[in-house]
Design a protein around this ligand. Structure first.
Ligand code: FES
Ligand code: FES
Length: 174
């Protein structure tokens, strides 16, 4: 067993966990934050995507003990039904889901993707890796390729992201 501290959605948790406990199982089984989903448990679907210190990771591929004192943001921390994050609002507006199982991971990933583009992190489709990438449909689709949706809501997810990116470019989004 290992002791560790996690800051999850702004709240500090002191935990004692088996070394082999993944961050995903810690969130779901120990902290009861079940918004983060377990799809494959093998790093292949993106359903477990959360943000750690502002960057997205697959929480099923990461042991909790690797994150002592890290700040984790899950879908619950992004917004609430009566106070949604702009990306959550955009997913509702553009019908970016059907069954919803992949949706928490898609939304966490989408928020982090726009941040990556804003910070100038290149992707495989960025033509000039020295320039800040544009908020293009191709950039967003490439960066979202690790988030699988069995319902095939991809085009609506891309529309939701474009909507938020457009708002951000106009300086209107939070
Ligand atoms: S559950 Fe982590 S990538 Fe599928
Ligand atoms: S909405 Fe069903 S898996 Fe994506």
């Amino acid at each position: 067993m290992n002791k560790l501290n996690l800051i999850v959605n702004g709240e500090r948790y002191e935990l004692e966990l088996d070394t082999r406990t993944t961050l995903l199982d810690t969130l779901r089984e120990h902290l009861h934050l079940t918004g983060t989903k377990k799809g494959c448990d093998h790093g292949q679907c993106g359903a477990c995507t959360v943000m750690v210190n502002g960057e997205r990771i697959n929480s099923c591929l990461s042991f909790a003990v690797m994150h002592d004192e890290d700040e984790v943001t899950t879908i619950e921390g992004l917004g609430e039904p009566d106070n949604m994050h702009p990306m959550q609002e955009a997913f509702v507006k553009h019908d970016g889901y059907q069954c919803g199982y992949c949706t928490p991971g898609q939304i966490c990933s989408a928020v982090a993707v726009l941040d990556e583009i804003r910070k100038g992190v290149p992707s495989h489709v960025t033509e000039d890796i020295n320039a800040v990438p544009d908020f293009t449909n191709m950039e967003m689709r490439e960066r979202m390729s690790g988030n699988i949706c069995r319902c095939g809501a991809y085009s609506n997810i891309a529309e939701a992201m474009a909507d938020v990116a457009g708002l951000e470019m106009a300086g209107n989004a939070a």
